[in-house]
Design a binder for this molecule. Sequence first.
Ligand code: XMP
Length: 559
Amino acid sequence: MYAEVRPSETPAAGLAGRRGIIISGGPASVYEPSSPTVDASIFASGAAVLGICYGQQLMAHLLGGEVRKGVKGEYGLAQLEPLAASPLLGDLPAGNQIWMSHRDLVGAPPPGFRVVARTETCPVAAMEDNARRLHGVQFHPEVVHTRHGMEVLARFLFDICGCRKDWNPKLRIPLLEQSIRDVAGERNVFFFVSGGVDSTVAYTLCLRTLGAGRVRGVYVDTGLMREGETDFVRGVFAALGSSGFSVEDASERFLGALGTTIDPERKRHIIGEMFVEVQEEILQRGHYLDAQWILGQGTIYPDTIESGGTAKADVIKTHHNRVAGIQRLMAENRIVEPLSSFYKDEVREVGRELGLPEELLERHPFPGPALAIRCLCSEAGYPLERTAEGWIVPVHSVGVQGDSRSYRPVIAIEGSQPMALYATATELINRLTRVNRVMAAVRSAVALDRMRVTASVLSRKRLERLRRADAVVRRLSHESGFDRRIWQFPVVLIPLGTSERPDSVVLRPVDSVDGMTAQSAPMEAGLLEAMARELAALDGVCGVFYDLTHKPPGTIEWE
Ligand code: XMP
């Protein structure tokens, strides 16, 4: 079986002869004029079609069904109620756990379709027109939280589309090695590595194929990394037997350039510019632009397609594309991207076969600007404001509202059980327009009425404080297995406290499929208690809070 990802606007003619087509999910609404759409003639092309989430809504919309705004969005776990036998759903048990992430929903299926499952709040959780081989599901079968989700996808591919399981993963590595040899020829390969999965796996493949003498990698230490990160990366590369790996310590330059900057987008801009400057210098100094060198990159398949990448794909790509040396290497086609036809899970499998540590392969996504966008600053001191609902904390964080970005204060609410405050938080965020986030107070050295926001910058001391807090959270969430159940766990430092303890820590664990929408992930009370106890004992930390905001209206990161 062979699969490829194509942009949604691909004409039906460009998909001719395919056994099946899957229309994926996404955060758009079919009624917005700029929303992605597909060529409606694919539904009559003879290929079986499966629409997932937005894909189902689009299918309904284009074929004459009704799509409407749900009364309230449905984010997270739900129970599926099968209504009729279905070749796609097979014999899923009643109450099967599924994962939902949507606001719009299909109100009525198109003519010819029947509804085969629902949930408490979603009348059309799955629909099908077996004669035309068209299927839609509102839930996400592809995420681990949907029980039996992989079986649903397998039934679509093997029973409905008639695909065959004839791909042997054992052939993968020899083929990859051959492709690297073909591209590199006699030339050497140079990499900028990030410590992330993709660039490390790509580097390891080149190293294995060409030998240590022909592969070099530089990791830029921005001084904004997590505790132990540079040593961890050094350790991984040392274990590979890579003599050509080195660390460029640029921390003074990054921190110097950031200085007292407070605005989040300005911080990102400064970091992006500094990456450009440092990478260009490394290329020049190492003579990597000479004819015997080509550039290795960890680009994976979703990065190569227009609609792919992460929410911040533009930001991530721009700095790379702006490095003049990299532009030149790309223009001259002096580039090797061994993983460019692989998906993330396949990259992990290749990494496993190459013997890379699980700790590396299972890492959560981590933003390029690193701790700089998790260490919030304030240009002046401010008191908190008491309201009927809670305390308005004048620390501004970023949110999303429709297509636009908001930058607003957060409200802190109190209760003996922070995890019982989700319903209150959702109600408040819908009602109060002044704020874009709600956080629960978990533990603090003094009562909230004695705390204030203090003037603060991105100092080494505060970065170190955040690093300590992040390390505590990472250790406890790893030991308890919590990190394996969530998508990402930002730990945020905000300048809220007293003169002796000027900062507070906000926990921001989230669940998500792609980072575009996310759900604040609840934590078990015992783990939260243990985490809060350790965090509150850290030097300079006054309070511990838990971000209860989903995305939208909050973003995953605070900045
Ligand atoms: P938000 O905060 O927009 O984040 O909900 C969505 C996903 O993108 C990551 N992120 C970034 N990644 N550079 C990156 O490389 C950035 O500037 C950046 N900002 C956010 C974030 O960690 C999450 O996975």
